[in-house]
Design a protein around this ligand. Structure first.
Ligand SMILES: NC(=O)c1ccc[n+]([C@@H]2O[C@H](COP(=O)([O-])OP(=O)(O)OC[C@H]3O[C@@H](n4cnc5c(N)ncnc54)[C@H](O)[C@@H]3O)[C@@H](O)[C@H]2O)c1
Length: 427
């Protein structure tokens, strides 16, 4: 059944890190796509054929889609009704007081309310709190009297692809579809059938829980080695050696490595469960552990060097994780704020993000402390360690929770690590 005025196959509302690669991939698979975003700068970039952010393989994809003319762009959410399927990929933040922030979804729904017709399907691709898909269906039924699952189709089809892996995973990660009413799952499954990944049908709330808890699992998984790192410092133990003792040849081991654990998804998705948790506090504790890592590193540097006031601290990496240009909700920013409160002279270098930073050499020159905040592959290169040893102060403290160069110390002096660096070529 087509919406009577459908002139496109699918509309994607919100051309962000999730929506844009999805819209481009739909178009690349032969669908006619309406891409909608209220940010004119973003729309302008896409219109000009420039990816507004890094996503592996996305620029050639955008080039192909441009040439195909299968993507039209609009600033108006209501234009989504030109398509039979409407996929919502808007941001779903939470308020700081553990309450989900539905404003973007509500505003899109209100824009769509008057223009939806029988035959349309509305798909929540954004991460949403349990019950949101049923809320959306109820909202459409309440205000327009639609029978959901018969006249209009509503489903949650959560995005579980990691940034940077979109094109690799869209055809392989099982696509969860939780449809409301009799036929929503089937109709939405047909849309996502243009990809090769298996479609797994379930209920809306199970789809919501599966997505949220996929991320909670990762968030909690990384909190454990982070807490262990903090504990090890108290006992003058080496976290990397303890992790090796736990995991080595032990069939039930598998503790992860420490590091900065945040980013726009992990930092807020746990609140979607925490908001109504039967065990309030457990996930808050997980969050507090991960959120305390920047302060732990700063305090560790102070324990070794004394006051950081007027001392140069080089922060390497602003992104929330390795090899991305996404710095939203990155703990590097928190670390920098904390360092500034110590009156340290902070110099930042990140080769990937949009925020301007100084060069690698400039950040390192005469640094008393170097903190690896994001373990980009550029920093993991042993030649980066050689440059640190060469440029930073001789007794410079290197703070590396990632163990980038195999030195296996969170806090080490450059003079200790330099043996791991390759000898610079002469001449
Ligand atoms: N980034 C990820 O790796 C990732 C992975 C899985 C799931 N998710 C989830 O996917 C959703 C989207 O995340 P994202 O990172 O792509 O967000 P984003 O902020 O990058 O993208 C949202 C886009 O929507 C646009 N927008 C905001 N309000 C709008 C409105 N009223 N009308 C039209 N456009 C509007 C913004 O300009 C932006 O381009 C979130 O729920 C997120 O939790 C994200």
């Amino acid at each position: 059944m087509m919406g009577s005025n459908s002139t496109a196959d699918v509309a994607v509302v919100g051309l962000g890190r999730v929506g844009l690669p999805l819209a481009l991939t739909f178009a690349d698979r032969g669908l006619s796509v309406v891409g909608i975003d209220n940010d004119p700068v973003r729309l302008g970039a896409v219109r000009d054929g420039t990816m507004p952010f890094e996503e592996t393989g996305a620029q050639p994809l955008l080039d192909r889609v441009h040439a195909s003319n299968r993507l039209t762009l609009s600033e108006r959410v209501a234009d989504a009704a030109q398509a039979r399927h409407i996929v919502i990929t808007l941001g779903t933040p939470s308020f700081s007081h553990i309450e989900i922030d539905m404003r973007d979804i509500r505003s899109a729904l209100d824009d769509l309310l008057g223009v939806l017709e029988p035959g349309h399907s509305l798909i929540l691709r954004s991460t949403v709190a349990p019950g949101t898909t049923e809320f959306v269906a109820g909202y459409l039924a309440k205000h327009r009297g639609f029978e959901i699952g018969e006249e209009i189709f509503v489903a949650h089809a959560p995005e579980r692809i990691a940034a940077g892996r979109f094109l690799e995973e869209i055809d392989t990660l099982p696509c969860i579809v939780g449809g409301v009413g009799a036929r929503s799952g089937e109709v939405v499954g047909e849309l996502f059938g243009c990809f090769e990944a298996p479609i797994v049908q379930t209920t809306p709330v199970q789809a919501e829980l599966a997505k949220i808890w996929t991320n909670i699992l990762r968030y909690a998984t990384f909190a454990l080695p982070n807490l262990l790192m903090i504990d090890c410092e108290r006992y003058a133990a080496n976290v990397f050696e303890v992790i090796d003792l736990i995991n080595r040849d032990y069939p039930r081991g598998g503790i992860a490595q420490p590091g900065f654990t945040a980013g726009t998804c992990l930092r807020k998705d746990f609140t979607f469960s925490e908001e109504r948790s039967a065990a309030p506090g457990m996930l808050l504790a997980v969050s507090r552990v991960n959120e305390s890592v920047p302060l732990f590193l700063l305090e560790g540097a102070k324990r070794r060097l004394g006051s950081l006031a007027n001392r140069k601290v080089a922060v390497l990496g602003l992104a929330f994780k390795a090899d991305t240009d996404d710095e939203r909700d990155s703990l590097a920013h928190k670390l920098i704020r904390l360092l500034e409160r110590e009156l340290a002279d902070v110099a930042v270098h990140d080769p990937r993000v949009a925020t301007p930073t100084v060069s690698f050499e400039e950040a390192l020159d005469g640094a008393d402390v170097v903190v690896v905040a994001a373990n980009h592959s550029e920093f993991r290169d042993p030649r980066a360690l050689a440059t640190i040893a060469e440029r930073a102060a001789g007794d410079c403290l290197v703070v590396d929770p990632w163990n980038c160069w195999g030195g296996a110390q969170v806090f080490a002096y450059a003079s200790e690590l330099v043996v791991l660096a390759p000898t610079p070529p002469r001449g």
